[in-house]
Design a protein around this ligand. Structure first.
Ligand SMILES: [Zn+2]
Length: 92
């Protein structure tokens, strides 16, 4: 069965991905994308250490799917626990 956007799951923590809308200036054609906003996600937690060790920057990344049809994923860089939380599309 092909995945639908409602069943996109983070492979790192098992949580459902949440739809969010990229800010207009980001240059993506498709502004709605899906990411894991779980602050306890191992992918996100380990990202802080990894980025600091590699680049000495206080940045991490969240698991993100840019194309729900193919499941294509691309890390989403974030600078704090609350970064982009206000971009999450609220379910009505
Ligand atoms: Zn996760």
């Amino acid at each position: 069965m092909p995945q639908t956007q409602d069943t996109l799951i983070c492979p790192h923590c098992g949580q459902q991905l949440q739809a969010f809308e990229m800010p207009e200036a980001s240059g993506w054609d498709d502004r709605v994308q899906w990411a894991c906003f779980n602050n306890d996600c191992s992918y996100y937690r380990e990202g802080w250490d990894w980025m600091w060790n590699q680049y000495e920057v206080k940045v991490s990344y969240r698991y993100r799917v840019v194309d729900p049809d193919s499941g294509q994923a691309s890390p989403l860089a974030v600078w704090s626990d609350s970064a982009l939380l206000d971009c999450i599309v609220k379910k009505t």
